[in-house]
Design a protein around this ligand. Structure first.
Ligand code: TYD
Length: 404
């Protein structure tokens, strides 16, 4: 796979073995033709990047029936509303101001700009989600974002004051190409703002489930800064976010176009303190993941031996990594409930656990629910008061394995 940001070797520190696609929910007739790839993670001591060593073809993951919709979480919709209004106030006050979003998905973020008559363009390769965005009045271009597509994007839209992306840049193997395309499409003092799950949180919370086929990279300020510097950009600000179980928002600008804020050196200082520049940190992370897996399976095996019903709560992409890595099967778990209609009636990737609707869950409350959407814990705990009041128990595995 040709997706290194430095030509120095990567050190493999974790091997997950055969892994199906994180979002590859499937019908029974397709069980025998299910696609698996070898998932392992490496660290580059030169660029400090942590990344998958191998990734399936992009066309297998992002297509016209892509199963993830940003608007499926109320909290995330609210988060994007707030972000949109802050970008509007800080960067888009002139009449000719414009914004491009990479990976606009169902238009949850750009809808704000459409409603406020601000020039915008969403770029996304999955036709089904783009159709949703268009139905909200969002202007879209259906393609992968790259230096190749940047010429068409410039023709359609022109240069932008702001380019944004959320939970998308870590999906794109050629990170340097994305940075170059963003540099080309930015106005002279434009900013490229993207937010992604943060390596520091993954290491500290032992959230190994953030690794799946779509997450090629697990970024840190150290690695983003290294890559940006190779493409005529620099990191000017960072902001830690609670979304997706701990994310970082990176603000980049053309070199010397804007001042570099204190947050950048503070963050890098902290990353050096917690060892995000050292292979030993990741070897220890691997050990912590093994311990987490053993503890979770002790609980699930014990419930299985007593025939106590367990369901999975939310068929997240992350849940695929957990079921596959830990060896959770349909013997451990009756079903996984999920609010996304196109996942319902299908089966989970690899483990082939049935996916049921939220309604089904409400009508068949289990004794135990394994919280796969742990990153939406607060929102879910409010919604699921009834389950908790009826003595339902939550099994959690991030930041540590517990029953509550
Ligand atoms: P997310 O953590 O964003 O998923 P991923 O690991 O794929 O990035 O969670 C989104 C999924 O969780 C989506 O399939 C909908 C489901 N979900 C529920 O079923 N119920 C809920 O209350 C929430 C918040 C999410």
């Amino acid at each position: 796979m040709n997706c290194r940001i430095s030509d120095k070797p990567l050190y493999k520190f974790m091997d997950f073995g055969d892994m199906p696609l994180g979002n590859g929910f499937l019908n029974e007739k397709d069980f025998n033709s299910e696609h698996f790839y070898k998932m392992s993670i490496g660290f580059c001591p030169e660029s400090k990047m942590v990344q998958l060593l191998e990734q399936p073809d992009a066309s297998r993951m992002f297509h016209d029936h892509y199963a993830f919709f940003t608007g499926s979480s109320n909290k995330m919709s609210h988060h994007f509303q707030k972000h949109a209004s802050s970008i509007h106030n800080n960067y888009l006050c002139t009449n000719d101001a414009s914004i491009i979003e990479i990976g606009c998905n169902d238009g949850t973020f750009l809808e704000y700009f459409s409603k406020n008559n601000i020039k915008h363009l969403g770029v996304d390769p999955s036709e089904n989600v783009v159709e949703h965005a268009r139905s909200k009045g969002v202007i879209c271009h259906c393609d992968f974002f790259s230096t190749k597509s940047s010429c068409v994007i410039e023709e359609i839209h022109g240069k932008a004051d702001v380019i944004t992306a959320a939970n998308v840049i870590c999906h794109i193997p050629d990170f340097l190409d994305v940075l170059s395309a963003a540099n080309k499409l930015l106005k002279r003092d434009g900013v490229f703002i993207f937010e992604e799950p943060y390596l520091g949180d993954v290491v500290q919370k032992v959230s190994y489930d953030q690794f799946y086929d779509e997450h090629v990279y697990m970024f840190s300020a150290l690695s983003v800064n290294y890559a940006a510097n190779q493409c005529g950009l620099e990191l000017i600000n960072v902001e830690h976010l609670e979304t997706h179980g701990g994310s970082m928002r990176y603000n980049l600008a053309k070199k010397s176009a804007r001042p570099i804020e204190q947050s950048v050196s503070n963050c890098i200082h902290n990353e050096l303190n917690i060892g995000l520049d050292k292979i030993e940190t990741f070897q220890k992370f691997n050990n912590n993941c093994e311990i987490s897996k053993q503890k979770l399976m002790e609980i699930l095996d014990s419930l299985k031996s007593k025939s106590i019903p367990v369901v999975g709560y939310a068929a997240t992409s992350k849940s695929t990594t957990v079921t596959q890595y830990c060896g959770i099967t349909s013997d451990h778990m009756n079903y996984i409930c999920d609010t996304t209609p196109i996942k319902q009636g299908k089966f989970s990737p690899g483990a082939h656990i049935p996916i049921k609707s939220y309604q089904f869950y409400k009508e068949n409350l289990p004794d135990y629910a394994l919280l796969f959407a742990w990153n939406h814990r607060d929102e879910i705990m409010v919604k699921e008061k009834e389950f908790t009041q009826q003595n339902g128990k939550w099994i959690q595995y991030v930041p540590s394995v517990s029953i509550a």
